[in-house]
Write a protein that binds this ligand. Structure first.
Ligand SMILES: [Zn+2]
Ligand SMILES: [Zn+2]
Length: 109
């Protein structure tokens, strides 16, 4: 698929209320890329978000879209837009989601 075809396909999924992350195209793409990246968190392996920490191995749990899917559906299945990350690093990539979780925690703790 070309980028514009991919964008169109993703938008069609959204319109029909389907979950992109459940499509065969994504699941197989994700498996292939994760395997290439050795299922390893790239951020931790490269010394953390600022690159200044000790390099460490952590298992990646998420294949993150560097340019977020919502804003760049054309890059939905583009390997160079992918980053394998652990849960903690993924939270740092999405402060908007993380902030919400923290607020909820504060309310109930
Ligand atoms: Zn990490
Ligand atoms: Zn992400």
């Amino acid at each position: 698929m070309t980028e514009s075809e991919t964008a169109e396909w993703v938008r069609r999924l959204w319109k029909s209320g389907k979950n992109f992350y459940k499509t065969y195209a994504w699941v197989s793409f994700r498996a292939r890329v994760m395997q290439k990246k050795k299922n390893r968190c790239e951020v931790c392996w490269n010394g953390g978000i600022d690159g200044k920490q000790v390099r460490k191995y952590r298992r990646a749990t998420t294949l993150h879209h560097k340019k977020h899917l919502k804003d760049h559906p054309e890059l939905a299945l583009t390997e160079s837009n992918m980053e394998a990350v652990c849960e903690d690093c993924h939270k740092l990539r999405h402060p908007e989601i993380y902030a919400k979780e923290t607020r909820q925690k504060e309310r109930w703790d």
